[in-house]
Design a protein around this ligand. Sequence first.
Ligand SMILES: [Zn+2]
Length: 372
Amino acid sequence: MISVTSLMESLVAVRTKRCQSLLQLSQKQWSACLLQFEQLQQQLCWSETTHRADVHPVMREFGIFSGYRHTGRGWGYYLRSAFRLHNETLNWLSHALGSLLIIGLGAVLTLRLPATADPVDVRLAWLFCLTSALMHTVSALAHLMHNHSELSHCLVFFADNAAVGLASYVINLLGVAFFSSHSYYSFIGPATMPTLVFGTICMSSGFSLALAAYRRRYNPATSLLMFGPSSCFLFFGLAPVIERRLLSPDEPEMLGMTHYYLFFLAILCYATCFPECLWPGRFDLLLHSHQLFHCLATASHCMLLSSVFSLISDDSPHLFSKRSSEWVSMETACRGLGVAFVFSVCIVALLAKAFRYDTSFSSRASTCCKAN
Ligand SMILES: [Zn+2]
């Protein structure tokens, strides 16, 4: 009996040791892989880039140490950098291609629509296509050109935040127009447009104020400004989609929730800075959190667009609105978008005036910033 017990113990010990050694081996292999990936990035990196210590503090990203473009160079330098590898290459390219993808997808889905499709529904879907393409384009330009100075960095990202707000306005409008039940809409209906406009303004100004006032120094106030208004606004668009899933669980998935799953995954990457939070310096140029955030956000927009076109094509009767023209007219939607746009532009101008920005940051940064 003793011999059997000791045999079992020794077998368990051998197995545990083997597992540990396998784990250690895989950890070593994983580290070697990461190191090789980092070295490959360094080999491909554009020679006219620099270390994070040499750029303006507002442009330094958490967990990213190399591949920064210089601050204070002429605009031609940033244009020339478009097709060279640095830490913004995939950021701008992913959104430039995303813009084309969303327009192309909208065109293909429109061509496939049945002749019975409601033209108001199609116009609302195209309103989303255009605002999403605008957001992708502004964001692509912001990532390409922002390194010139602190002022240019803040201005292009204020514009980016305003475009994100406008795209969110239309996303939430589609949530109410295409996914609401009759009872939900009769409850929320009259408050829809004012809430959309107010939510858009609060969201884009919250992002921009956090950037202007705290200049990338994340603290509770910054997080509250960034995630408070945007989370409330997000829930406003999500509520009818959740209600639809709860009231009609047997209905085929119209990708409405898939859009939100992808979006939450995108926000998770953005907020946690994954993967560079775990492996700082290993993903400086390729596959860092902001690039993953961009790709997932674009995928979520494509899912929403497919979902909306599926609903427009669907002729079967159910308790949800398919004919958004009953509830949301194109004129009202555009008027609300116009008001949100004017307010967003005013807020960008106000923030640009209200804070002092360093416009003359240049190569002297390499001496003054190394102390930070
Ligand atoms: Zn971005």
